[in-house]
Design a binder for this molecule. Structure first.
Ligand SMILES: [Zn+2]
Ligand SMILES: [Zn+2]
Ligand SMILES: [Zn+2]
Length: 476
């Protein structure tokens, strides 16, 4: 039986013999990472233990190299005696330096600065060490000039999109409407799926004149519009390919063919009405055709039981991340729209010991315990700050893309694993219209109504305003 560790009493391999006794591997690692201010006034790493308190090297008499060889800071050391921050800087320099010239291209200098300044250097090191990221940054270092075009020439990848957004965020590249460009690339590939040349020409016209023109009418194309257009064109292509297989042209199309095609596939086929509407207006198909309406208006609502289950998951389990829980609660309990939620800024959030208050869509929403927990967690770890993506971000829900908030379609997809945000919102609205929200919250969360009421009262007139707004919305 080996001797036990003096600190944890565990029988693990001993890493060092310090003045307080033998120290196991685990306690050794932990000691190097313990930071604070020692009784002597020294602030830094406190590897020693004296009378149960962590103390500095001098006060404990522990000989341990904690001085960064590069910047001299006192910290846990990595490769070559460097601190995390210096290790990250060295990785960035290595990757962005052009091996030919031995320097970093002037255009990449701000990127180097940004990458080195990541809030948490250890996460940055992990990110950069991934093989695909390393390869990409190396490729970038030898690019003659950094332009959107030169990035387009590199293999398409998430890293490429990410670094592009980073270059835009730091002013190296001008902003570009990525969604529109991706859509154009997508349609070029999609057109190849049309079997018959004559039909391909029709779909091409449809895309150029109808879909792209509509996309161009708005300043920026949302991710949702992008997905919708892709779906519209995909269904149109499936349809014309089917027509070709049947030996039919658009002009030959009769109601019977159309009904048959719709009846023999998924309900997604109903959105062929968008393409057919255009084809009829362009005199390519007979105006007598009708497509049953795609029933978008009659969205499903979550039943009270489903609502309750979703709420349990959001509030009481660890199935979802803090970010998703925060989102889910605003949808489930407060019937807020995802589009508004993702745009929340930390300026809109007030956190006190007592509760968390959020200003959203002109409402003051108070979150009593336990609804506030995900927000408190988020302040500690807002997510995506492991990279340089959000240098000065005030967004609560930071997106994957540097400088942008979480996309509403992405947020919806994430929640879909637990519930449909739309169905949930409608379910919540229906419930709220029948019962007082205080009673619902109390009931679903298993709280005494008085507890919730007390919080509600403490949160100014928040709830009252909210209920009033709902009532107004319902009666008009
Ligand atoms: Zn130990
Ligand atoms: Zn000390
Ligand atoms: Zn250093």
């Amino acid at each position: 039986m080996p001797i036990p560790c003096t600190r944890c009493r565990g029988h693990y391999p001993i890493a060092a013999n310090w003045p307080d006794g033998p120290i196991c591997n685990y306690c050794y690692q932990q000691a190097k990472r313990t930071r604070g201010t020692c009784g002597c006034g020294h602030t830094g790493v406190l590897p020693g233990v004296l009378d149960g308190h962590p103390v500095c090297r001098r006060c404990s008499g522990i000989a341990l190299n904690l001085d960064c060889r590069v910047c001299g800071v006192e910290d846990e050391l990595y490769r070559g005696g460097r601190c995390q921050r210096c290790e990250l800087a060295s990785l960035v320099d290595d990757l962005l330096t052009d091996p030919q010239s031995g320097t970093i291209v002037a255009e990449l200098a701000p990127v180097a600065v940004a990458l080195k300044a990541m809030a948490r250097p250890n996460s940055g090191i992990t990110w950069i060490r991934q093989r695909h990221v390393t390869a990409f940054l190396e490729g970038l270092s030898t690019a003659p000039t950094i332009t959107h075009g030169s990035l387009d020439a590199l293999p398409a990848s998430r890293t490429r999109d990410y670094v592009r957004a980073l270059l835009v965020e730091y002013g190296v590249l001008p902003p570009r409407d990525e969604i529109r460009i991706r859509y154009r690339q997508w349609t070029t590939e999609a057109l190849n799926r049309v079997h018959q040349p004559a039909m391909r020409e029709i779909i091409d016209r449809y895309v150029r004149w109808h879909v792209l023109r509509r996309m161009n009418q708005s300043e920026t194309v949302s991710h949702g519009a992008f997905l919708r257009s892709k779906q519209t064109v995909t269904v149109a292509i499936d349809f014309v390919n089917w027509l070709s297989n049947e030996g039919l042209g658009l002009g030959d199309l009769r109601q019977g063919h159309l009904d048959h095609w719709i009846a023999t596939g998924s309900t997604t086929r109903l959105i062929v009405d968008r393409f057919l509407g255009w084809a009829i207006a362009s005199r390519l198909a007979t105006p007598e055709l009708t497509v049953p309406k795609h029933r978008r208006g009659t969205s499903r609502r979550l039943s009270a039981a489903e609502q309750d289950h979703a709420l349990q998951v959001a509030v009481h389990t660890d199935e979802l991340s803090s970010r998703d829980r925060a989102l889910a609660i605003l949808v489930l309990v407060f019937a807020q729209q995802i589009e508004n939620i993702v745009q929340l800024r930390w300026d809109d959030v007030t956190i006190t010991e007592e509760q968390v208050t959020i200003r959203l869509a002109d409402l003051e929403i108070a979150l009593p315990t336990p609804l506030d927990q995900p927000w408190r967690d988020l302040t500690v770890n807002p997510g995506h700050d492991q990279t340089a993506a959000h240098p000065h971000s005030n967004w609560v829900f930071r997106g994957y893309t540097p400088g942008r908030h979480l996309d509403s379609a992405t947020a919806r997809d994430r929640l879909r694993r637990t519930f449909s945000a739309r169905a949930a919102r409608l379910g919540t609205l229906e419930q709220l219209s029948r019962l007082a929200p205080v009673a619902i919250i109390a009931e679903t969360l298993g709280y005494h109504p008085a507890t919730i009421e007390r919080h509600a009262a403490a949160s100014s007139a928040g709830y009252a305003e909210y209920i009033a707004a709902i009532d107004d919305a319902q009666s008009t």
